[in-house]
Design a binder for this molecule. Structure first.
Ligand SMILES: [Fe+2]
Length: 256
């Protein structure tokens, strides 16, 4: 398959834009309607654009007819309460797929590593169209929290950690990079996540906001990453053991 991709993502798979002046906007995300949806931790989502404009956040390929993550339909009840958020999602002028605010409860570094995943944004995306990437606009002020990006899920040396004060604007090729957030604090984190189609419009937007494809990882105290990595690997092994045991029981039942 060949897709239109933005050269800005070639090197690292992410782009950091200039910060947005979040403090001057109303906190629209606190007025939205959220639906329960577990994804990478204890989360809820407020849909701004969904497959058919309903108050739900499922992948567009799980609807009839199934389609890729493009041509999202605005969810009226929520966009009426969040005109600024809608305008920011529309600012690039690129095709918008899913658009929603995520609410994430605090977690730990090892939890975040265990939650790392790649998205499936380009499922059913037609050949020769634009590769779908995702914007992450941090809304709450989470300067102690970190977006964790890894090229290789199991290899800590491929990790980039990006701090998330209010106004942070990132665009990530989330189908390439493993990603999750280590959210420290006591209050939930809120972030606007938008699926955009790559192309000329998105390239121009990245340029306007001075997109940079490399960032120094936020520093950690010595030993913190090693300890989290060990815990993460132990949890992976425990899950594999549990799955193997379940598999044996299921096979045994079948054979019996
Ligand atoms: Fe994701």
């Amino acid at each position: 398959m060949s897709y239109i991709r933005s050269a800005a993502f070639d090197e690292t798979g992410y782009v950091i834009l200039d910060a947005y002046d979040q403090a001057s906007d109303p906190k629209e995300w606190l007025d939205l309607e959220y639906v329960d949806w577990r994804s990478s931790g204890v989360t809820r989502f407020a849909p701004l654009a969904s497959a058919f404009g309903e108050m739900e956040v499922d992948g567009f390929w799980n609807h009839t007819p199934p389609r890729t993550d493009k041509d999202g339909v605005w969810v009226r009840a929520n966009v009426e309460k969040a005109p600024r958020l809608k305008a920011r999602a529309e600012e690039p002028g690129a095709n918008v797929g899913r658009c929603r605010v995520i609410e994430l409860q605090p977690n730990g570094y090892a939890d975040a590593l265990f939650n790392q995943h790649q998205d499936d944004n380009n499922r059913l995306n037609p050949d020769n169209s634009g590769w779908i990437v995702r914007g992450f606009f941090n809304l709450s002020d989470d300067r102690e929290s970190l977006m964790i990006l890894r090229e290789d899920r199991l290899d800590p040396s491929t990790e980039t950690r990006i701090a998330l004060p209010a106004g942070t604007q990132l665009i990530v090729d989330t189908q390439r990079l493993w990603h999750s957030v280590w959210h420290q604090g006591t209050e939930p984190r809120y972030c606007l996540i938008t699926s955009w189609e790559s192309g000329r419009e998105l390239d121009a937007y990245i340029e306007r906001w001075n997109g940079r494809s490399r960032s120094e990882s936020a520093p950690l105290a010595p030993g913190v990453q090693d300890a989290a990595q060990r815990l993460f690997e132990e949890r992976l092994e425990a899950r594999a053991r549990a799955q193997a045991t379940r598999g044996r029981v299921e096979r045994g039942a079948y054979e019996g």
